[in-house]
Design a protein around this ligand. Structure first.
Ligand code: FAD
Ligand code: FES
Length: 316
């Protein structure tokens, strides 16, 4: 359950099968007012009637302020999120959502290379549409395990750029070596998909200019195995100092001390618990910040990240 984040009521207007195992859900507001504005790369938290909260990228058009569209892949070993959407969600049903929030914004580049694997196409679809509208050159490489399971190929084909589909049971994998061996100044690379694909892209782009690669993860990576140490968190706004013992997150320690905090995924994925760092060095353990953002040491995700050293001061 989220902590301290306002839920907004939403009504399921339409469910549509977009591909094998992928259903899109269109959501409107029950009061008929427009949804808050969003930009490509944004996601919302969906709070299901079972109480489970999951993040889903917005994949409709930001110009359509009446509808938020998400698309959900049914996970084989679901703990309840995607399974509920596929098995039980029906038009007319009421839900709650939080957000939108954007940890994957589309930055300014001369040209764009988009790489999507499977359901990772959802944020990329909105980005490709925006790039096409801006008239910037773009190319999309979209990989899937079967053609029948790849959503939105029809919508993508209408956008007028270069879309190359790689179906692993037919024509193999995206040729990452050919694609990324030469760094291209001015090209922004945006990738979303399974961890194996994202790791392979990052490994091949270590010699590209800083800021060229932008990644969104839908699932958390294994956390570092370095041991936790105890440290103090000085909360500047609430003027409290809270001790965080090994094995407890900063978030849980602050909740226990009565400090107001916001959280959703508690895995370092969604960005809800982002907190500004005023002093001290964070031990970043999230799956959101890139190396440059980590090195800035000006913000952290307190559901998973800890402190290097005995003390942190946070703007909380
Ligand atoms: C920013 C963001 C955007 C996202 N956008 C989308 C989107 O557009 N579309 C979409 O379909 N999903 C998206 N996701 C993923 C989504 O939030 C859910 O994680 C997904 O639907 C799976 O939820 P679930 O409850 O069905 O499965 P979960 O129970 O959360 O499991 C997911 C997978 O993890 C593995 N797993 C399950 N339990 C365990 C366990 N105990 N230990 C180890 N592994 C386990 C299984 O392989 C399973 O298939 C996004 C996630 C983030 C963070
Ligand atoms: S609660 Fe999701 S990143 Fe911390």
């Amino acid at each position: 359950m989220g902590v301290g984040v306002a839920d907004q009521p939403a009504v399921v207007r339409q469910l549509r099968l977009e591909a094998d195992g992928v259903v899109s859900v269109s959501l409107t507001r029950p009061d008929g007012l427009p949804w808050p504005a969003w930009a490509p790369g944004a996601h919302v938290d969906i709070v299901l009637p079972t109480g489970i909260t999951r993040q889903y990228s917005l994949c409709g058009s930001p110009d359509d302020r009446d509808t938020y569209r998400i698309a959900v892949r049914r996970q084989v070993r679901s703990r309840g999120g995607s399974e509920y959407v596929h098995a039980f969600l029906r038009p007319g049903q009421n839900l709650a959502i939080r957000g939108p929030r954007n940890n994957f914004p589309l930055r300014e580049h001369d040209r764009y290379l988009f790489i999507a694997g499977g359901i990772g196409i959802t944020p990329i679809l909105a980005m490709v549409r925006e790039t096409a509208e801006r008239g910037k050159p773009w190319r999309l490489l979209y990989a899937g395990s079967s053609a029948a399971g790849m959503a939105f190929t029809g919508e993508l084909a209408e956008l007028g750029g270069v879309v190359e589909c790689y179906v692993s049971d037919r024509c193999g994998r995206i040729p990452l070596d050919d694609l990324l061996s030469e760094p291209r100044v001015g090209t922004g690379v945006y990738a979303c998909g399974p961890e194996t694909l994202l790791t392979a892209i990052a490994e091949r782009m270590t010699h590209w200019p800083p800021g060229a690669l932008h990644i969104e993860r839908f699932a958390s990576r294994p956390k570092p195995t370095r041991p936790d140490t105890e440290f103090d968190v000085r909360c500047a706004r609430s003027a409290k100092t809270v001790t965080v013992p090994p094995g407890q997150s900063i978030l849980d320690a602050l909740v226990g001390a009565g400090v107001p905090v916001t959280a959703s995924c508690r895995e370092g994925l969604c960005g809800t618990c982002e907190t500004a760092v005023l002093d001290g060095t964070p031990d970043h353990r999230d799956d959101i910040l890139d190396e440059r953002e980590r090195a800035a040491n000006d913000r952290m995700f307190i559901c998973v990240s800890r402190a290097v050293g005995p003390r942190l001061e946070l703007d909380i």
